[in-house]
Design a protein around this ligand. Sequence first.
Ligand code: CDP
Ligand code: MG
Length: 717
Amino acid sequence: DMALISRKGSALVREIHEKQKRDKSRQRFLELAGSKLGDILGVEKSVDEIDADIVVVGEDGEVDFKGKARFSQHLAVSAFTKSKTISQQRQNLPIFSVRDELLQVVRENQVVIIIGETGSGKTTQLTQYLYEYGYTVNGIIGCTQPRRVAAMSVAQRVSEEMETELGDKVGYAIRFEDATGPSTVIKYMTDGVLLRETLKDPVLEKYSIILMDEAHERSLDTDVLFGILKKVVARRRDFKLIVTSATLNGEKFSNFFGGVPIFHIPGRTFRVQICYSKTPCEDYVEAAVKQAMTIHIAGAPGDILIFLTGQDEIEATCYALSERMEQLISSTKQPVPKLLILPIYSQLPADLQAKIFQKAEDGARKCIVATNIAETSLTIDGIFYVIDTGYGKMKVYNPRMGMDALQVFPISRASADQRAGRAGRTGPGTCYRLYTENAYENEMLQSPVPEIQRTNLGNVVLLLKSLKIQNLLDFDFMDPPPQDSILNSMYQLWLLGALNDVGDLTDLGRKMVKFPLDPPLAKLLLMGEQLECLSEVLTIVSMLSVPSVFFRPKDREAESDAAREKFFVPESDHLTLLNVYQQWKANEYRGDWCNDHFLQVKGLYKAREIRSQLLDILKTLKIPLTYCGPDWDVVRKTICSAYFHNAAMLKGIGEYVNCRNRMPCNLHPTSALYGSGYTPDYMVYHEAILTTKEYMQCVTAVEPHWLAELGPMLFSV
Ligand code: CDP
Ligand code: MG
C-alpha cells in the first residue's frame, strides 16, 4: 500500500499524466511520485502492468483518493475508483490501452472520428476520459445516442462507474424526460434532444465537447445534426466534436468534415463460426425457437441472443420458448438446466430492460430475445450464440399510404456481420443465420439505407425552417434526401398551415416548433386553443404519446377485452383515450384502480407527466387552458382539423378507403368502432400501420362538412 503526499492529490495525478506525455522517461515519473514508489511497485523490474492500492493524502492530511491504480510499463496511471471490480472492468476494455493516444488526438484536433467494435468502451469510457482530463472546466460533455434505451442505460452505467447518483454528475435527457441537474457534467441524450436544443442555442454554448455516438446508425436526427454541428465547429474554435462508429465507414464521416483524423481502437474479438440455413426458412420464429432449444439442450455453456423484428414476435418467441421448456421438464426425469428467457425492445419498461445485463445464476443459461437494439447500441457480455433471423424493422415512407410505416425488411450485410459479432466478445462463438448463404451474398444490401433517404421529413423541415435555413435543398447533408421527399414534406406542412404559399413558416408553424411533437399533434394542440377545448385535446395528445395503456395479458384476454370495452366512446378511439384518463383522474390517479381495469399504470403516469410538460410549454406561450365540458363533438372537430389529411370514407359494408388515394384501409380490431355496428361515412385516423394489411390506428368519426370546412385544399362539398 502506498501513500502519496501532495498539495492536492488529484492535481498531482493530472500533473503526472501531463509530464508523462511530454517526456515518457521513467525517471521523470519516479522523481515526481517519489523514488520510493518505483521501488515498491517494482517498476524498475520490467513488468508489464502492476496494480497497487493507493492512497493520496492532501497537505491538510485529508484523504483525497483511496483505491486501485494501475501502473504500466509506460507509467500510465489509470483512473481511480473505490470499487475494485468496476475499475478492473474498465481497465480490461480495449479502449483503455489507447486512452492516452486518444486524448492526444482529441487535444490536437477539433474533430475526430473514432472507430471501434461494439463493446470496446466508446460509449461508457470516452466521456469519462474527457472528464478526467478536464474537458468540463468550460462547459459540459454531451453524448448523443440514436436510441432512448441506450441513453438511459448507458447513463446509469456510467453513473455507477463514477459513483455518483444518476442525475447528479452524470445524467440523461430523452424526450419528455430530463434526468440531469445543475452538477451534471456528462449528459447522455438522444440526438433528437440535442437537435431541439439547437433551436434555443444555435452554437450549443453550454457544451465544450459533443460526442456523436453510434453515427453508423445514420438515424434521421443524427444526419441532420451532422450538418448543424459542422456549422458549430466552424463558428466556435473552443468546441470539439467526436464522431464514433462501430463499422468501417470512417472515411465518409472524415471527408464530410474536410478530412479529419480517423482513430481506430484495436479490436479484441474472437472468431465466430457462421452456420447458414440450407434452404430459405418459412417461419423464422419457429426456426429460432428450435435452434435455441437445440443449443440449450446440447450446446456448451454460453448465453444465446436471438434477433427478431419487433415486440409481438419477441413476446411470441418468449412464450414459445417457455412452453418448450415446460414440455421438456415434464417429459424427462433428468434435471433440465434453467433457461432464463429475457426480452428486450425499446418499449419494454426500464426495470425489465435492466435484467438483460444481470448475470444468470450458476448452471443457468440466458436467452435474450431482442430487436436490432442489441445489434450495436447495447453490449451484453457472455453471449456465445447468436441466432439471426435476417430481418429487422425499419421506418420507411410508404407512398401508397402517404406516410411512414414500420415495415419488416431483410437486413443488410453490414447488420448481419454486426449481429454475428455479438457472439465473439467473450470467446469463440457461433452465429446461426436462418437464411441461405446465397441470400447473404446476393440478396442483401451492402449497408442499410440512411433513414433520411427513406422517411417523412416533416419534423426536420419544420426545424430547419425555424433555424432560418431558407432553401432546404442547399443544406449540407452527408447524403441528401430525395428532392421529392423534401417537397412532399413541405406540401404536408402547407396542408397543416405551418408553411405559407411561398414555403415560409407561418405563425402557426412557429408555434408548432415549440412542441417536441410530430407536426399534426402540435397542430392538434394549437387548434384546441382556437376551438376552446385545449384541456381535453391536451389529454388526448399526451395519451397518444405513450404506448397503448390497455393491458391484455395472454391468459386473460376475454376479461381484459371486456374491461376495455367499458371505456369505449362509440364515435372515437381518441375520445376513448380521453375517457380513460378522465376516469383515472376521477379515481385520484390510483394505481390499484388501473390494475382493476386492465390499464397500464406506468403508461398512465407517463401520460400525466407528458401532459404537465406540455402544459408548461403552453404556459410559456401564454396560451390559457380551456375546457369544453361534457359535449365532446367539438373535440372531434378539433381532431378533424389536424388530421383531415388522414381521412377515410365508407365504401361498401364496413369497408373504408383512404379519401386521397382510394386505397383500402381497415379498422383495427382494437378500435372502439370495430364490429360495433356503427359505421360513420367519414373518419380520420391518427396513423396507418402496415402488418398483414393496412390498418388505421386510432380513428374518430367526423362530419363530412367539417372536412370541407377545415381541409378545403383537399375537400369540397
Ligand atoms: O460503446 P461501445 O460499444 O464501444 O462499448 P460500451 O457501451 O462503452 O460498453 C463497454 C462495456 O461496458 C461493455 O462491455 C459492458 O461490459 C459494459 N456495460 C455494462 O456493463 N452495462 C451497460 N449498461 C453498458 C455497458
Ligand atoms: Mg456504444
